[in-house]
Design a protein around this ligand. Structure first.
Ligand SMILES: Cc1cc2nc3c(=O)[nH]c(=O)nc-3n(C[C@H](O)[C@H](O)[C@H](O)COP(=O)(O)OP(=O)(O)OC[C@H]3O[C@@H](n4cnc5c(N)ncnc54)[C@H](O)[C@@H]3O)c2cc1C
Length: 420
């Protein structure tokens, strides 16, 4: 394939965007004007969700037809074969245009697809990856269970070999987007006689297969973005296995590393989600701009957002220069959620009771969607505490968390009713 310079690529992308989307006007925040929505989780009806999903898919299909849907993907799978920096350039350019929300693809393309690329058979890669990047198939992540979250290796969903197939039975929980997903990456226990990290295997499962049941869970913000998923003897062909039998922990780590990097880097340490202009206007509107404590809180947030943004930028620049990213990306997700929590606390201090009672006043009660959404962000993709453990062990070199038993057979561990 002929080499495409960054300048030529930029021109190509701008021509595509100009032809297919409307440029965003200059966004200037004016108190009382426009939407006052600041929700972190989608709070839409099922009908609206399906409508937006169709629009999102149509946009990805357009990108695919223009050769811009999988910019860094291998050409033999329909990708463009360009460096990842070209993909980031595309995202920067696209963010200047009005396009349908692409949040439906975050988990499938950010986490499941890279895992399929790294661990699946060639047939499965061919079958799913082009369709995922074209937007025809949406993927979800089926890891957590009622007894396995931070301690994911305690999961109990079983996969039993049956000739050329596997039979999956068990329950997953908190599965974001399962309600509109076509495929899922599921991690199952395949050998309870091995220590807990060693008897796991990953699979790609068809979410429309007989025996898969998706039940919505309502979160405290009102919407239902995630689900319980029940598997009752769901048949999965052996060629849909990810990696070797009992090597599922490595597969799960591929997904988790992509998850943390995607959440952390995507949020730019919070500066992409929290607008200090908006918060300053909030302070001005309520005549609190001279309150020394609130001023201090706002400046503290501003400093932390700036540090996080620059740290992320440093990590991205290192990758661009061909160096391995250092601890910057490990801290990115933690910085993001800490900054969101700072912002939520600041807003609560400024708004007080206006946050809890809806008076219809613009830009007040709507903030409760943000404030109630931040705890979820602190848990998803590795809780703050677990990320601190990782930083202390892998970055600072402190001793390992003593709670992990990596020697005893899973069947003999005292967690729930495993091994049956
Ligand atoms: C918005 C959202 C979306 C999600 N989407 C998905 C999804 O799509 N797919 C999926 O599989 N899962 C998903 N999850 C689940 C998520 O991965 C788990 O909630 C998370 O791993 C934590 O597990 P848990 O809820 O069981 O809490 P627990 O692991 O039981 O943790 C409870 C508390 O104990 C603390 N804790 C646990 N272990 C330690 C330790 N070793 N040291 C110190 N403190 C510790 C935690 O920090 C937490 O405060 C989602 C969760 C959220 C909130």
């Amino acid at each position: 394939m002929a080499e495409v310079t960054e300048d030529a690529f930029r021109e190509e992308v701008v021509a595509f965007l100009d032809a297919n989307a409307t440029p965003r006007g200059e966004e200037k925040f004016v108190w009382g004007e426009g939407s006052d929505q600041v929700a972190l989780f989608d709070e839409k009806s099922r009908d609206a969700e399906l409508r937006q999903l169709e629009e999102a898919k149509a946009w990805r299909a357009k990108r695919w037809d223009a050769g811009l849907a999988w910019i860094f993907g291998p050409p033999e799978l329909g990708g463009r074969g360009l460096p990842a920096s070209y993909d980031r350039l595309y995202s920067t350019l696209e963010s200047r245009y009005e396009i349908p929300t692409q949040s439906f693809f975050g988990i499938g393309l950010g986490m499941v697809a890279p895992t399929i690329l790294a661990h699946a058979t060639d047939e499965v890669k061919q079958k799913y990856l082009p369709a995922m990047y074209r937007g025809d198939l949406v993927g979800c992540q089926l890891f957590s269970e009622p007894g396995a979250g931070s301690d994911l290796a305690s999961l109990q969903t079983r996969a039993l070999r049956d000739g050329d197939e596997w039979l999956i039975s068990g329950q997953k929980v908190w599965t974001s987007g399962a309600q509109y997903s076509d495929i899922g990456e599921v991690i199952c226990r395949t050998d309870p006689d091995q220590p807990k990290h060693k008897g796991l295997t990953g699979f790609v499962v068809d979410m429309h297969a007989p025996g898969v049941e998706v039940r919505p869970l309502r979160q405290m913000t009102g919407g239902a973005s995630f689900n319980e998923v029940f598997f009752s003897d769901v048949r999965v062909p052996d060629d849909h296995r990810l990696g070797d039998v009992n090597q599922g922990w490595t597969v799960a780590l591929t997904t988790l590393m992509n998850e943390r990097a995607a959440i952390g880097a995507g949020g730019a340490g919070g500066s992409g989600m929290v607008s200090t202009t908006r918060l300053t206007e909030l302070l001005n509107h309520y005549g609190s701009a001279s309150d020394p404590v609130l001023r201090q809180e706002l400046m503290d947030l501003h400093v932390h957002l700036t540090v996080a943004r620059l740290t992320n930028q440093r990590a991205l620049d290192k990758i661009k220069a061909g160096q391995a990213p250092g601890p910057e990306l490990t801290t990115a997700k933690l910085a993001l959620t800490q900054n969101m929590t700072r912002a939520a606390e600041f807003v609560a201090h400024v708004l007080g009771p206006r946050l809890a009672a809806d008076t219809g006043e613009w830009g007040t009660y709507s903030w409760n969607q943000f404030v109630l959404g931040t705890p979820g962000m602190r848990i998803a993709g590795g809780s703050d505490e677990v990320l601190r453990n990782i930083i202390s062990e892998r970055v600072l070199g402190l001793p390992k968390d003593p709670g992990i038993d990596s020697k005893t057979a899973f069947r003999d561990l005292k967690v729930g009713t495993q091994g049956s």
